[in-house]
Structure formats: structure tokens, C-alpha cells
Write a protein that binds this ligand. Structure first.
Ligand SMILES: [Fe+2]
Ligand SMILES: [Fe+2]
Length: 362
């Protein structure tokens, strides 16, 4: 997609979404009364298990929105759809090395996340169930680099440890984390230590390879975040009760996959380099054979369910047991919550455990 197309299409996108959501909400309300009358008496039409799954997803989507907003303020497009911040030209330029449309994609991913948590909470509210609300935890500092708003944040993008094993996981034809397999890192340096995904201050805007290393880190972080959603939705969908809640998970989840697929393609364009300030190295992924080759972005078929079956091209992992806590632990290990309070972790753990306790029919 060319950047020149953006202005005429972008202005209508949010208003279209809002109209669609309003129409959808009316239909949903009517449908539930007819379809789930017995349940509606007890719990507003949702089983406690379904509500717990939706509430955990709404919380995670709220956190996702917060991190994407920080990326958008500095490296995306700030407009009426995704307001906030004023852009950082040097960081935006460094991101554009991965693709000239990076700013547009960051904007649209941010917009999508906003609608995910908003919809999930609206659906919970319509059914008389508690929503996810993390507002009190907006306590983490903003970047002081030019372009960022100075407001409290839910997430921390300045001390990231990025697991890049998704890169090899989707390129392996013989391993699957659901079988207990571990996959090697594409960028080993990112998987240890703490690395900023955004400039922490204007001091991070130079030298050029330092800023490019930050943009490269962001590029791999984008895909890390979205591959998580790609697995989480099908993992949790296996335990929902209502067919409409199943429809919600089956309709939102693949948008995470669309994001992931875009981001893994762009991450492959991150230039090999070593950050002169930190030593963080991005190796040449095309120097080492098929497990790292950058253009192999279609999921390689691999083992699924049982080795007796032929290999198949699938999302991986999709194990449902402990999926919510697994997602929370992965985001915690990513460094996103460094600086958050004990109460934050307690609230998130409770939401995840409630989602993991949900079973089909409960
Ligand atoms: Fe999302
Ligand atoms: Fe996402």
C-alpha cells in the first residue's frame, strides 16, 4: 500500500467502524435474549467462564492498546483516529527503513487494538458483566523524546527483552511448542538484557545505528506482540460456551494474525547491524540457511496434535490449558510491566486464572 493513498481512505475508517459497531451491538442484544434466555436470567446471558475469558482478553487488549499508542505517538501517524503525540521524525525515518509504510501500519494496528478492548468491554457490559478496567494502573513514565505525550502509561517499552523464537517456530517443519519443543532465537541479543523499542529521550536519536537498533527492536517486538494474540485467541476459544462468544474470538483472533504476518515480513527487512552504544547485534538472517531465511514468511507445516498425523500448516502453539497465564507470563518476561505495582500483577493474575478456569459449559 502506498503512503499517497492514505489521506482519502483514512478519514472514513473510524466512522465506518463506529457505525458498524453500533449496528452490531443492537443485533447482538436482540439475538441474546432469544438464544440464551435461561442463562440470561442467571448471568446476563453469559456463563461466568465466557465472561472471564472475555474480561481477560479485554484487559490484554487494553495493555496492547497502551503499547501501540506509545509506538504511534513517536513512529506512527497521529490523527483523529489515533490521537496523541506529534511524531518523532528521526525515529519514524528509522522505522521506515523496514518498510516505507511502517507509520501507516503502526497507526492501523493501534486503531485495531483500541476497537478490540472497546468492543469486548461493551459486549460484557451489554450482558451485565464486569468489564476490564486498568485505568488506575496508568502510572509508568512516558518517553521524554520529542513527539511523545507526557502521560501515565500501563506498559514500558524502554526495557524490552524480546523473545524472537516465533521466527524459527513458524519456519520449523518438525517442532511445535505444544509438544514441549523450544525453538532457537532469531536475534539472540534481543532475548537477553533490556532494550528500548522507542527512543527513551532525544539522546537516543543518535548515532544513526543506535537509533536504527531501536527501530529494529520495535520491528521484532511488533511481531512478538501479535504472534501472541495469534495463539491466544484459538487457545482460549476451545473453552468458551456460547457460539456467539466463539464467533467473537474467531473473528478478532485472525486480525492478530494479519498483524503478525505483516510484522514478520517487515522484521525481515531490519538491516543487520551492531548498536555502537550497546553492542546489540542484529545478524544477517539470510546467512544461515532455511530456519532463518527472511522471505519464508508463510507458516511451514509442522507436527500437530499427534505425530501419527501428517505435518500441517497451523498456528502454533494452541494448547488451551494455562493459555491465559502463559500469555501474561510472556508479556511480563517481555519487560512490558517493569515498574508496575504488586496490585497490578495481582489483578492481572486473577483475571488470567479466572480465564484459565473457564471450561466449555461453565
Ligand atoms: Fe488485539
Ligand atoms: Fe494485537
Amino acid at each position: 500500500m502506498e503512503a499517497t493513498e492514505q489521506s482519502e481512505h483514512m478519514s472514513s475508517r473510524r466512522s465506518f467502524l463506529l457505525k458498524g459497531a453500533a449496528a452490531g451491538a443492537a443485533t447482538i442484544g436482540a439475538g441474546r435474549l432469544l438464544a440464551d434466555a435461561p442463562l440470561a436470567e442467571a448471568s446476563g446471558g453469559l456463563t461466568p467462564g465466557d465472561a472471564a475469558i472475555l474480561r481477560f482478553l479485554a484487559a490484554l487488549e487494553t495493555l496492547e492498546t497502551d503499547l501501540w499508542q506509545q509506538y504511534n505517538e513517536l513512529g506512527g501517524i497521529q490523527d483523529g483516529e489515533v490521537p496523541g503525540g506529534s511524531g518523532n521524525p528521526a525515529y519514524t525515518d528509522a522505522l521506515s527503513v523496514l518498510d516505507s509504510d511502517m507509520a501507516q501500519y503502526i497507526h492501523d494496528n493501534t486503531d485495531d487494538e483500541f476497537t478490540h478492548f472497546t468492543f469486548l468491554n461493551a459486549y460484557l457490559k451489554t450482558h451485565g458483566m464486569a468489564q476490564a478496567n486498568l485505568e488506575k494502573f496508568r502510572t509508568l513514565p512516558s518517553s521524554t523524546a520529542t513527539g511523545a505525550q507526557q502521560i501515565g502509561r500501563l506498559t514500558n517499552l524502554m526495557q524490552l527483552t524480546v523473545d524472537t523464537s516465533w521466527w524459527t517456530r513458524y519456519r520449523s517443519d518438525s517442532k511445535n511448542p505444544d509438544f514441549g519443543d523450544t525453538l532457537p532465537q532469531a536475534i539472540p541479543d534481543l532475548a537477553t538484557g533490556q532494550h528500548p523499542g522507542i527512543p527513551r529521550s532525544n539522546a537516543d536519536l543518535s548515532p544513526p545505528d543506535h537509533l536504527q537498533a531501536i527501530a529494529n527492536t520495535a520491528g521484532f517486538h511488533f511481531a512478538f506482540i501479535e504472534q501472541g494474540g495469534t495463539s491466544l485467541y484459538p487457545s482460549l476459544a476451545q473453552r468458551v460456551t456460547s457460539t456467539e462468544v466463539l464467533r467473537i474470538l474467531l473473528s478478532i483472533g485472525p486480525t492478530e494474525t494479519m498483524h503478525f504476518q505483516t510484522w514478520q515480513d517487515k522484521a525481515g527487512n531490519a538491516p543487520p547491524l551492531t548498536d555502537p552504544s550497546t553492542g546489540l547485534t542484529f545478524p544477517d538472517l539470510n546467512a544461515d540457511g532455511e530456519l532463518l531465511q527472511t522471505n519464508l514468511i508463510m507458516p511451514e507445516p509442522t507436527i500437530f496434535l499427534d505425530r501419527k498425523f501428517p505435518i500441517v500448516s497451523i498456528i502454533r502453539p494452541t494448547e488451551t490449558d494455562g493459555a491465559a497465564m502463559g500469555a501474561l507470563k510472556a508479556l511480563t518476561a517481555n519487560g512490558l510491566f517493569i515498574g508496575q505495582s504488586a496490585e497490578f500483577f495481582s489483578v492481572m493474575t486473577n483475571l488470567a486464572q479466572a480465564a484459565d478456569a473457564a471450561r466449555h459449559g461453565t
